[in-house]
Design a protein around this ligand. Structure first.
Ligand SMILES: [Cu+2]
Length: 147
């Protein structure tokens, strides 16, 4: 009995310490956004590739039945941060053949970071059924060789 109580307290303490001291969070990293203003008043009103001192970020809007931008160009060999949200319904964002695969829910910003070692072209698809034209919802990622 005392062993179980001790283990339970130690387990709870380990969670509290890792969450507060080490800032360990669940992998979902919940970042919320108001879906009503996504198209007009947020970074998603101008989707595209942004390069600044933090690196390369690709802002993607997933909506019925398209991704914006429809063609994304990024350099090979550098970490690329994809930030995706939806103003309407649940979508998916999957870069086929890579480990980039996130659920895109209205009200949340989904983020995935990945690096493409070689130049090439990738298909981006929605992998959550979102309506009658779900199968048409796709975009193209062009990974270009770095100079
Ligand atoms: Cu879909």
């Amino acid at each position: 009995m005392w062993t179980a109580t001790f283990l339970l307290v130690a387990f709870v303490l380990a969670i509290v310490v890792s969450a507060t001291v080490s800032a360990v969070h669940p992998p979902s990293h919940i970042e919320t956004i108001d879906p009503a203003v996504v198209r007009t008043e947020s970074e998603f009103s101008r989707p595209g590739v942004i390069e600044d001192e933090h690196g390369i970020t690709v802002v993607v809007l997933a909506e019925l039945y398209r991704f914006a931008p429809e063609t994304i160009r990024v350099p090979a060999g550098r970490p690329i941060r994809f930030r995706v949200t939806s103003p309407d319904v649940l979508h998916g964002f999957q870069i086929v053949g890579t480990n980039a695969n996130v659920v895109v829910a209205p009200g949340y910003v989904s983020e995935v970071v990945t690096t493409f070692p070689e130049p090439g072209e990738y298909l981006i698809v929605c992998n959550e059924y979102c309506g009658l034209s779900h199968h048409l919802m796709q975009a193209k990622l062009v990974v270009e060789s770095t100079p």
